[in-house]
Design a protein around this ligand. Structure first.
Ligand SMILES: [Ca+2]
Ligand SMILES: [Ca+2]
Ligand SMILES: [Ca+2]
Ligand SMILES: [Ca+2]
Length: 457
């Protein structure tokens, strides 16, 4: 008996060191102020229009429950800590507004799980063993400079019409940002994901001046169906099977038939797009997980003044449809370009190019055109071998060479106006000694003259 009483006394003494959790103060009705560490959960899951303010230094501890639960139109400001060890940190329904300058964390469940029309401004930290932010449609999220979202699953995941601006860091073990159709993603920070960096659906718009990267064994930098991408930063995938930008095709439940084609995707790149394949369009038909997947038959319109690289040998594969690849001076294409079926256009729309094109440009089936915004008298050499036309340019065109296959028309902007050749006409030039030889000898002659002049100096 004696020893038991001593034990109880010891236990009580130990407990008394931990401050008892205090309820958040409710005043006026429906408005809570949480100012102690710890504070009890706010458990108003069935109630609308709840306002919660968590003060600096305060900590709302959900324990094994949700730390803050409300129904519609919650307005939450957190400057302290909101956490749960066994459930979601924040759970609300439609029209939630959350401003976080503190920490929101959940060990085993979503940190924030809400319905439609979430407005979230994060200046602090959101971290979780599950999804960091899961929401419905029409979300508007800003992860501000210096803010961090870390998760063992997805970072930000939601439905259609979402707008996500990331100026800070999103570091996750699954997908960084996953949204449905009509998504807008503005990134000037860093999105680092083991799976896809950003995955969005149809009519997506991505403007990136920061880093979007997939670091895992099978992710893509950006996965998108149609819409527009403007990249001045980097969009990369480490996986050999992954693409910097992966462009899906339509899909439907198995047996339901072709659901209709997607629309065009425009990509303007002045930064880096790199993956096992740099830009990859779905070209296959297959069935997986009870769904039929179809090739993307649409146009991809790519303007590149930066670099597009495929570490496994293919820089760009845009498949079926009438695709356009416009290359600016100073652009780099690291790997083969496959323009695929359809009437495609390869355009060198400037002058002053550098030698950034080591691999083949294959235009594939269809009536394809190569366009040059300079004169055909800027050929240094031309050869036709095994179906590959190799052109070497100099002068105002810039010093570079190209290997072309599958093109039907070659257009040059000569002084007297544009002139077009067929492959047969250009290939024929290589077997007619006078013209190419004359050009080549003239180049050599000028080079010799230059050498002579230099020697006189
Ligand atoms: Ca295409
Ligand atoms: Ca094509
Ligand atoms: Ca083609
Ligand atoms: Ca062709």
């Amino acid at each position: 008996m004696m020893s038991r009483a001593l034990l109880c006394g010891a236990a009580l003494a130990t407990l008394s060191f931990a401050p008892a959790a205090m309820a958040c103060t409710e005043s006026p009705t429906g408005t809570y102020t949480c100012s102690t560490d710890p504070s009890d959960p706010v458990a108003r899951a069935g109630d609308d229009d709840i306002i919660v303010n968590v003060d600096t230094g305060a900590r709302v501890d959900g324990g094994s429950d949700v730390a803050i639960a409300t129904d519609d139109r919650m307005a939450l400001t957190n400057a302290g800590t909101i956490e749960s060890a066994g459930n979601r940190a924040i759970e609300s329904d439609n029209d939630a507004t959350i401003t976080n300058t503190g920490t929101i964390s959940a060990l085993t469940a979503d940190a924030i799980n809400v319905g439609n029309r979430l407005e979230l401004d994060n200046f602090g930290t959101i971290e979780t063993g599950d999804d960091a932010v899961q929401m419905g449609d029409h979300a508007v999220i800003v992860n501000h400079a210096g803010a961090a979202i870390r998760s063992d699953d997805k970072g930000i995941t939601g439905g259609d019409n979402g707008t996500v601006t990331n100026q800070g860091g999103i570091t996750v073990l699954n997908e960084g940002i996953e949204l449905g159709d009509d998504a807008m993603v503005y990134n000037s920070g860093t999105i680092s994901a083991v799976e896809d960096g950003v995955q969005i659906g149809r009519n997506g718009h991505v403007i990136n001046s920061g880093v979007i990267e997939s670091t895992g064994p099978d992710g893509d930098g950006l996965d998108i169906d149609d819409g527009a991408v403007i990249n001045s930063g980097s969009i990369t995938a480490a996986a050999t099977s992954g693409a910097g930008i992966d462009i899906d095709g339509p899909f439907s439940d198995a047996g339901d038939g072709f659901p209709g084609a997607y629309d065009a995707l425009t990509i303007n790149n002045s930064g880096l797009i790199q993956g096992g394949t740099g830009i990859l369009v779905e070209t296959e038909t297959y069935t997986e997980h009870g769904e039929d997947f179809y090739p993307n038959l649409q146009s991809q319109i790519i303007t590149n003044t930066g670099a597009i690289r495929g570490t496994e040998g293919t820089a760009i594969n845009v498949g079926m449809g009438a695709d356009t690849l416009r290359l600016g001076a100073g652009s780099v294409i690291g790997g083969t370009v496959l323009l695929g079926g359809g009437d495609d256009l390869l355009s060198f729309f400037e002058t002053g190019y550098s030698d950034g094109y080591d691999s083949l440009f294959d235009a594939g089936d269809g009536t394809d055109e190569a366009y040059f915004a300079f004169s055909d008298d800027l050929f240094e050499s031309l050869s036709w071998l095994g179906g590959v036309l190799t052109l070497e340019f100099g002068g105002d065109a810039g010093v570079f060479d190209l290997a072309l296959a599958g093109f039907e028309t070659y257009t040059f902007e000569n002084a007297g106006g544009a002139i077009s050749y067929s492959t047969a006409e250009l290939a024929g030039l290589t077997s007619q000694v006078p013209l190419p030889a004359a050009i080549w000898l003239m180049g050599l002659g000028l080079g010799g003259l230059g050498l002579t002049r230099r020697r006189q100096v």
